[in-house]
Design a protein around this ligand. Structure first.
Ligand SMILES: [Zn+2]
Ligand SMILES: [Zn+2]
Length: 148
């Protein structure tokens, strides 16, 4: 695993690089990433997705490239999915296929999710980005780790 920070965009050589990337991203807001999950299709296990996220960056969903299964990221569905959305197109290479990784900031007791970050890694060129992040602020909420 390694992150190249030398270019216009940070890039990662493999999907797991999303964890240190999101850790760095969250540290800008003085948040820690306590847990990380790489999204894999629950039906076929593929880590490759087309991704759609709200312009407001408060929700995201993905469609499996291998089998077509569509899923919201964590609790991103329902009333949270509201307003104009856009599809991920890599600004560096125009690919529309990405790995998705979610970083979770837990509450002080470490028994609920306070905030989560949806990171994307371009499957072609490795570009790293954060498509959305939002607060949860309810409990119990640890189950959303299984919905990445
Ligand atoms: Zn699938
Ligand atoms: Zn790319």
């Amino acid at each position: 695993m390694s992150i190249d920070k030398s270019g216009t965009w940070w890039t990662g050589t493999e999907p797991g690089d999303l964890e240190p990337y999101l850790t760095y991203f969250a540290s800008d807001a003085n948040f820690t990433v306590d847990e990380f999950r790489l999204s894999r299709c629950p039906d076929c296990g593929s880590p490759l997705f087309q991704v759609e996220y709200l312009d407001a960056r408060t929700s995201a969903r993905h469609v499996c490239m291998a089998c077509g299964r569509a899923q919201f990221v964590c609790d991103g569905g329902g009333p949270r999915w509201h307003g104009p959305a856009r599809s991920f197109i890599c600004p560096a290479c125009s690919s529309q296929v990405a790995n998705v990784g979610v970083g979770f900031t837990l509450n002080q007791a470490k028994d609920a999710v306070d905030w989560l970050y949806v990171g994307l890694r371009c499957a072609r060129c490795g570009l790293l980005g954060c498509a959305a992040d939002w607060s949860l602020g309810y409990s119990p909420s640890m189950h959303v780790l299984d919905w990445a």
